[in-house]
Write a protein that binds this ligand. Structure first.
Ligand code: SF4
Length: 383
């Protein structure tokens, strides 16, 4: 019998001041004024259309991402959150995050966002190095970041995530480590630290920058990891580090194969139905379609034989043992159905197992794609 998991809400704001050359998110450079009121109207319509799917369920976390949601004024965000709460129940102390870019005008909105009900701020700084910022096409300087961080220091307490990247074009070990040291100095509760990858359909794919050699990126990660650990950050996911108790609840829900409803153009949803079906919904990508009231692009059913891979592609990212009971409850599968795949992964030393749990080994974390391949390649037996 399938268990209905926790439910999160993702709200997509698709505009950015300019498109970064490495970005494959569904975001569009602004051309003139953002039609924020009209877009918010459609976000709420989109939510209302999905209401039957999440009937009698409570939202545990909300994430306003994009794009650059901080292009939207706090008054409008406040109204949006109030309207959402009038449509669907939201847990009293739900984690509510907004993503921001390091632009001083927008950063000054933080106190007002907090008054609007936001309780977690995520800022994409990416690097403190002015040359590297230029190389990755960010439209701010290192000096602006310092100004912003000094402004934030004076806000009594905020649950703050800083996004940082490494493996940037021609980055040295020293500049990579300096970035992580500077980030730690500001003492955020959470750091998301990603390696730059060249994604299809991006400007960097067409015009490839010179990336550092594998051993340079690896050393940045290795020494940076040690520094983070020494400074009290726990790595709980491949790219996520937090002070104790400050893991991102919203992301943990994705990785633990929880449910999420995505509203806004290009947003994705995964919903478990009472009858045991698990569905995915993708919303229309283009702003034009979405603001014409055409919200749904595609709905697909996740077949039982696809669920083990789906579950593990998420859960293997986080550094916690996986309970077999949780696997069964959320996928409706019996652990015996994946016996061959598990044994194969144990044999290759990617996984450890006992009666109740599976756990990724150090090797499994390093070769995550190889581990996952086992669950795609082999046919999952249905008993
Ligand atoms: S600001 Fe973020 S979402 Fe916007 S283009 Fe750059 S990376 Fe993409």
């Amino acid at each position: 019998m399938i268990k209905i998991p926790s439910l999160s809400l993702y709200i997509h704001i698709p505009w950015c001041k300019k498109k970064c050359p490495y970005c494959d998110f569904n975001s569009y450079p602004t051309t003139g004024e953002i039609p924020e009121k009209k877009y918010i109207f459609h976000l709420l319509q989109d939510l209302k259309q999905n209401i039957q799917l999440i009937k009698n369920r409570t939202i545990c976390s909300i994430y306003i991402g994009g794009g650059t949601p901080s292009l939207i004024h706090p008054k409008i965000i406040k109204k949006l959150l109030e309207d959402v709460k009038n449509i669907v129940p939201v847990l009293k102390n739900a984690e509510i995050t907004i993503e921001m870019n390091p632009n001083i005008q927008e950063i000054k909105y933080i106190p007002d966002y907090c008054n609007a009900g936001i309780n977690r701020i995520s800022i994409g700084i990416q690097s403190f190095n002015k040359n590297l910022l230029k190389k990755i096409g960010r439209n701010y300087t290192d000096m602006e970041i310092y100004k912003i961080m000094n402004f934030i220091k004076n806000i009594p307490f905020i649950n703050l995530n800083l996004d940082l990247m490494y493996g940037l074009p021609q980055q040295s070990i020293n500049t990579g480590i300096l970035d992580i040291e500077k980030t730690i100095q500001y003492n955020p509760t959470h750091i998301s630290w990603y390696q730059l990858t060249i994604e299809p359909n991006t400007l960097f794919e067409l015009n490839q920058p010179i990336l550092p050699k594998e051993n340079i990126s690896w050393n940045i990660f290795k020494y940076g990891n040690q520094l983070l650990k020494k400074s009290g950050y726990q790595q709980y996911e491949i790219s996520s580090f937090s002070k104790p108790g400050y893991q991102c609840k919203h992301n943990l829900n994705y990785w633990r194969y929880g449910d999420y409803l995505g509203i806004g153009c290009g947003a994705h949803s995964k919903i478990t139905k009472k009858n045991g079906d698990i569905i995915r919904i993708i919303k229309k990508k283009q702003i034009f379609n979405f603001m014409n009231g055409e919200y749904i692009e595609k709905i697909t059913f996740i077949k039982p034989e696809e669920r083990a891979f789906e579950y593990f592609i998420n859960h293997f990212r986080i550094f916690e043992p996986i309970s077999k009971k949780h696997f069964s409850q959320l996928t409706g599968l019996n652990p015996i159905d994946i016996k061959n795949e598990i044994n194969d992964a144990v044999l290759k030393k990617y996984l450890k197992k006992n009666h109740t749990h599976w756990e990724t080994t150090k090797k499994g974390k390093l070769f995550l794609n190889n581990l996952l391949e086992i669950f795609i390649k082999n046919n999952i037996n249905q008993s």
